[in-house]
Ligand binder design. Sequence first.
Ligand code: URA
Ligand code: SF4
Length: 210
Amino acid sequence: MTAEETLAQIATEISTCQKCELYHSRKMAVPGEGPANSEIMFIGEGPGFYENEQGRPFVGAAGKFLDELLAQAGLKRPEVWIGNVVKCRPQGNRDPLPEELAACDEYLERQLAAINPKIIITLGRYSMGKYMPGVKISAVHGQMRRLGDRFVIAMFHPAAALHQAALKPAILKDFAQLPKMLDQARAALAKSAPAPVEEAREDPKQLSMF
Ligand code: URA
Ligand code: SF4
């Protein structure tokens, strides 16, 4: 299966999923969208009212703001993958429960494996908690951390920045730094990429010393 086919298969499973209580109140599940070969994955929290209506991520007010933030970073929405930690809307936009996050995580893990992005950008506390457990977003927002063969950057949630005016300058600044961080991440990953096979074959004795 190609990565596109895998993502489509996951989206089909999500559309009829009943693994947690959130399926009762969903109109449409929101699997996430973007190119299967995206270098960057944005991971938010969960669908809100408009996302639940349309089955697409970040199409409401937070989504409009996210588009502005992407522009701030020189990115366009069709170039990146955008999804959430839970695929069905928590009623009244309440926070997702631990058991809902746990039940839904399988889908995000499979999406991640299919896309294999260089950079994960978490939007808000819930997706941050998956990659940087126990940290405070106020302490780590806008910072990049290496996680195996990828990098993770924690950002405030665009909806939080819309509701708390004090966060807006911070999130704008963090996104303005993004092009620089992306270049750093690309350079670091290129450096640590495994040597081409031909080179490795040239001197098997030397390799065996390790
Ligand atoms: N907020 C989120 O976290 N995700 C969406 O898709 C929309 C709003
Ligand atoms: Fe399934 Fe995730 Fe929707 Fe829960 S939130 S029903 S686990 S797709």
